[in-house]
Design a protein around this ligand. Structure first.
Ligand SMILES: [Fe+2]
Length: 228
């Protein structure tokens, strides 16, 4: 698939970086926020349908913010400018979006890396996968809170976000702890942004986080979410 002259590997095909590592990096031709967003929309349209994020917008610009300014149920409300823990985007929805696209409008004066981690490389044994597929968790999202599991049936996607998942009972606690422990021991990839970088993440497969940021750093990322 192509968007302009940027090639997006088809995740249904057994080749290309998106298939092989669960994420791929692209460069925007233009450097203005409009040009970067336009390129992101083109790439996203090759992959599926855009869905609105927490703000209700199809395109969002995200900046590190202090806890007091954050959406009350977001990770930023808990962690503020500190390192944001690994999570799957839209874990609070019954079906998290399939892809997440981030575009660097400005890396900021004190740049913060985006960290990436493929959950399939966390080395879960068969019994552990069964635990993740069966142990109950409560997904807290206000009046629409619902019960679910960390792993979707058949391992289609992982639902993991310490900001909105609450374990239920002993099994639920065991499952949450298992993922947290494996993440702590895993080697993740740190992407250091340059202006114009566009990152496509297979959100069903790759967890993402953010290293510590600074107040008023100027870091600014455009974000679009894709269902497929
Ligand atoms: Fe996120």
């Amino acid at each position: 698939m192509t968007a302009g002259d940027v090639v997006v590997s088809d995740p249904e095909q057994d080749s290309g970086p998106l298939y092989e590592s669960g994420w791929s990096l692209h460069r925007s031709d233009g450097e203005t926020s409009d040009a970067i967003l336009q390129e992101m929309v083109k790439l996203g349209d090759c992959l599926g349908t855009r869905v609105a994020g927490r703000s209700g917008q199809l395109r969002e610009v995200v900046q590190p913010i202090v806890a007091e300014d954050a959406h009350p149920r977001s990770l930023s409300a808990q962690y503020g400018l500190g390192a944001l823990p690994f999570h799957i985007e839209l874990s609070h929805r019954p079906r998290p979006c399939r892809y997440l696209l981030l575009g660097c409008i400005d890396p900021g004066e004190t740049p913060a890396a985006t960290t990436l981690l493929d959950w399939r490389k966390l080395g879960f044994e068969r019994e552990e996968l069964a635990l993740l597929e069966e142990a109950p968790v409560l997904v807290r999202t206000g009046r629409r809170s619902f019960y679910s599991t960390i792993l979707a049936p058949g391992g289609t996607f992982l639902r993991y976000d310490p900001g909105c998942l609450e374990p239920l009972g002993e099994r639920g606690r065991e499952a949450m702890q298992l993922v947290a422990d494996r993440i702590t021991r895993a080697h993740s990839y740190a992407l250091h942004w340059r202006q114009g970088d566009i990152l496509i993440i297979d959100n069903w497969r790759v967890l993402h986080g953010r290293s510590r940021s600074a107040h008023g750093s100027g870091r600014s990322l455009a974000r679009i979410l894709i269902d497929a």
